[in-house]
Design a protein around this ligand. Structure first.
Ligand code: ZN
Length: 276
């Protein structure tokens, strides 16, 4: 059994805004982050640093939250590439960024993006689903995926790896990956139809590794995506998971499972832009 690296979570703080990062990716020079609720302008059900107004938050507060993370993390404005996330496995190749957009209309329908264009910031929004950041260190090529159970079973992470390798002329063994905060197996009970979907596409052995219980089943989304990245050719030591459950940590994260429809969204970003 190959050894798994100890997670090296990094916490960034600028004023009241706090975001997390993978120590593994930072030491490889990959600029990225996973936001927390801390330091946001939103109130009520959306209290904190919420990046979507589609669930009912006030657009001006959400715009202010985008401004705050750009300022705190030193991200260039008008450089964002965002998606209309649809729980599939399509990967968008991004050529240019634009101003941050709080409502997520008019974006490409996809659940992953890759880019080799300097200065572009890729962003996905989540509230339990798993954000996956991948990069080719030193090559100025990054990718990001949004993986709920549907995207995971369809292989969105592996699809992003293939596109990034094609774009950068890299091998999967050159890539590093971080699996961000997501709902943990502790809180993610799913029905038989979810397990059946995995069994049909992944086989019984993989199912035994990512589901526990006897119906309802508990799904370990991070482990499912870690196995998928290993299957795509990444090295074990090049993958790091942030060991925090979005549903358990109300203080840090929004959770759709815990809070229902009126809940905020965290932002995961990664960028080819130079540090600012
Ligand atoms: Zn939990």
């Amino acid at each position: 059994v190959a050894e798994r690296p100890a997670a090296s979570l990094v916490e960034h703080r600028r004023g009241r805004v706090r975001w997390l990062a993978s120590g593994l990716l930072e030491s490889a020079g990959v600029r990225h982050g996973f936001t927390t609720r801390a330091g946001g302008a939103s109130r009520g059900a959306f209290a904190g640093l919420n990046f979507s107004s589609r669930e009912g938050d006030l657009p001006e507060r959400v715009r202010e939250n985008w401004r705050r993370i750009e300022s705190a993390a030193g991200l260039p404005p008008h450089s964002w590439a965002l998606l209309s996330q649809v729980h599939g496995a399509r990967v968008e190749v991004v050529a240019a960024g634009a101003a941050a957009c709080h409502h997520r209309r008019g974006h490409a329908e996809a659940d992953a993006m890759v880019t080799g264009r300097p200065g572009v910031v890729l962003g996905v929004l989540t509230a339990d689903c798993l954000p996956v950041v991948i990069a080719v260190p030193g090559a100025g090529a990054v990718g990001i995926a949004h993986a709920g159970w549907r995207g995971t079973v369809q292989g969105v992470g592996a699809a992003a790896v293939r596109e990034l390798c094609a774009l950068a002329g890299a091998s999967p063994r050159d890539l590093v990956a971080a699996l961000g905060p997501a709902i943990g197996a502790c809180c993610y009970q799913v029905g038989e139809e979810v397990r059946a979907a995995f069994r049909a596409r992944w086989g019984a052995r993989a199912v035994a590794r990512v589901f526990t219980g006897r119906g309802p089943w508990s799904l370990d989304l991070q482990e499912a995506n870690r196995l998928q990245l290993l299957g795509a050719g990444l090295r074990e030591r090049s993958i790091e998971s942030v060991p925090l459950c979005t549903a358990c940590r109300r203080d840090l994260f929004y959770s759709y499972r815990r809070d229902g429809r009126r809940s905020g969204r965290m932002l995961t970003f990664c960028t080819t832009a130079d540090g600012g």
